[in-house]
Design a binder for this molecule. Sequence first.
Ligand SMILES: N[C@@H](CCC(=O)N[C@@H](CS)C(=O)NCC(=O)O)C(=O)O
Length: 213
Amino acid sequence: MLVLHDYFRSGASHRVRIALHLKDLEFTQASHHLRRGEQRAQDYLSLNPQGLVPTLVHDNLVVTQSLAIMEYLDETFPQTRQLLPPNAADRARVRSLSGVIAADTHPLNNLRILSYLEKNLGLPEEDRNAWCRRWLKESFEALEVHLSDGRSGHFCHGDEPTMADACLAPQMLSAKRFGFDMAPFANVTRVANNAAELGAFKLAEPMRQPDAE
Ligand SMILES: N[C@@H](CCC(=O)N[C@@H](CS)C(=O)NCC(=O)O)C(=O)O
């Protein structure tokens, strides 16, 4: 049995929901309301000591960190669609694209960073949004170069959706939320639009989740 601890607006959770749907795996969801601080409740911290979502519980096994969860799902359920390609060079590229987003972009605009900028450093909303756009720009510029190297197709890597597309979709929503102009990033926008057409991506959308409000 697979239980995903998540929150509808969480980008990192959104990635894992996409992965689960792409792999056509059945799962249940346990929501933790981030704005109410439920991710820091003691019983949740015993699953995820960082107090972050997502966390996957597979029977008695607890897996944290969205990239690790997606790779775990791929290795544990190899009979369904693979999120990582079969050869090492292709896998490296998918991990690299995923890392641009999950390691170097998303952490700079997640809730705890934005709360710190607001509450500890006193930055008004306009400046917080400018901060987010600043880091989005760097990442999307790099991604646009990556996606122009001839190895992308209908999706980030070739013509099958991978873990990189699962990372990109929530980042596109963040870009929208922070008023970031995607016009200069034609390749990023193209592959993200292609992914958004897939049923798995639609099912994983924040506003379609049971805890959406
Ligand atoms: N690197 C982690 C990031 C997890 C993360 O930042 N989760 C955010 C939501 S997208 C969170 O739980 N934030 C709660 C908080 O900031 O207090 C992963 O990929 O799973």
